[in-house]
Design a protein. Structure first.
Length: 367
């Protein structure tokens, strides 16, 4: 029998190699987006003892070819998957999803082993059987839950629940004195393999808790759990409280260091900005000073212009020596009335007065 998951794995590879959105190709026929609608169920899956089965109809198991072609709606392919499902996680949900999608019309029945059976054959569980039943009930891929499922599947159990195929990962499961508890199922052609999800399992989760036991114990003590509830001794309780205080102090110191680093960084940035601004202003000030007071500055030109104006005001320009001289006509002399004598004059003007007297006498003689 060809594993039914091979075609799906190949399709997944094609999607990864494709260039469309989310790895989809045109051959897949998957629309890029789906309309938003509610696909989930509103009620948990029922238990097998709560479901009525019509035993009047004969139980005839379908073949793998018939199941792949698709069966009528009133005759779905009944697939059974069992397990412990402790600490129900995404690996469990993915395995049940694969079992649900094995055939076009699938009715998934999930068997959950009881605490007594599990503790005898596998070991202690974190969740009790009622919690594990309830977790599987609320998985969206499950149609029916079988409580207190058997560890080894018998022909009577398969006939009672009218099971067509059994879904489980293909790794041999050794238990109850057998190398593979699904060996007889495989020989009967009723086995449908699924793929395990790497990186997640109940054992991995428990390993994380055990590895970080101190962290989770301190966290629960801080949240109000007592040392007795956590099965922690008095000394360990005090140790955890002391570690919690030390961690708080370390956190405060770290916060202070980070804040101080941020403050120093801001001060450095501001100081760099101030230095740059000071350099720009100083260059501008020096440039302005040189423009005003430098050897060829504006002040020198102002002084030169002022000096020239002062010299021009103090010593006005003389007439050029080459300019022709004009003889001034003698102004008529003033004669004192009723007197032939000239007015008194200074020694400097005596020569001029003498000429004037002569001129005056000649005029009297003519009169």
């Amino acid at each position: 029998m060809e594993p039914p998951t091979s075609s799906r794995l190949n399709s997944r590879k094609r999607r990864k190699d494709g260039s469309g959105p989310n790895g989809a190709t045109e051959l897949d026929g998957i629309p890029p987006k789906m309309s938003r609608r509610s696909l989930g169920l509103r009620e948990p899956a029922p238990f097998s003892d709560e479901v009525e089965i019509d035993y009047s109809k004969p139980y005839i198991r379908v073949t793998y070819e018939e199941a792949m072609r698709g069966t009528p709606l009133d005759r779905p392919v009944r697939v059974y998957a069992d397990g412990i499902f402790d600490l129900f996680h995404s690996g469990h949900a993915r395995a049940l999803m694969q079992a649900k999608n094995l055939f076009p019309n699938t009715y998934l029945i999930v068997g959950v082993c009881s605490d007594e059976l599990t503790h005898n054959f596998k070991g202690f569980t974190v969740m009790n059987e009622n919690e594990r039943y309830d977790a599987v009930q609320h998985c969206r891929y499950v149609d029916e839950v079988v409580r207190n499922a058997p560890w080894t599947l018998t022909p009577e159990f398969l006939a009672e629940h009218r099971i067509d195929f059994v879904a489980h990962d293909d790794i041999p499961y050794s238990s109850a004195g057998s190398d593979d508890v699904y060996k007889h199922i495989k020989e009967a052609g009723m086995f449908a393999p699924t793929q395990r999800t790497e990186g997640i399992s109940t054992s991995d989760i428990i390993t994380r808790i055990v590895r970080d036991y101190d962290v989770y114990a301190r966290r629960n003590l801080q949240r109000g759990y007592t040392a007795k509830e956590l099965n922690v001794s008095f000394i360990n309780e005090k140790k955890y409280h002391l570690q919690e205080r030390v961690d708080k102090v370390k956190k405060r110191v770290k916060d202070v260091e980070e804040k101080s680093k941020e403050f120093v960084q801001k001060v450095e940035e501001k100081s760099i900005d101030l230095i740059q601004k000071w350099e720009e202003k100083s260059r501008e000030f020096i440039g302005n000073f040189l423009e005003m007071f430098g050897p060829e500055g504006a002040l020198k030109h102002m002084l030169k212009e002022g000096k020239g104006r002062m010299l021009q005001a103090i010593s006005p320009k003389q007439s050029p020596s080459s300019s022709p001289t004009h003889d001034r006509s003698p102004s008529p002399s003033f004669r004192w009335p009723f007197s032939t004598k000239t007015p008194p004059s200074s020694p400097a003007n005596r020569s001029r007065n003498q000429s004037a007297v002569t001129y005056d006498i000649s005029e009297d003689e003519e009169d």
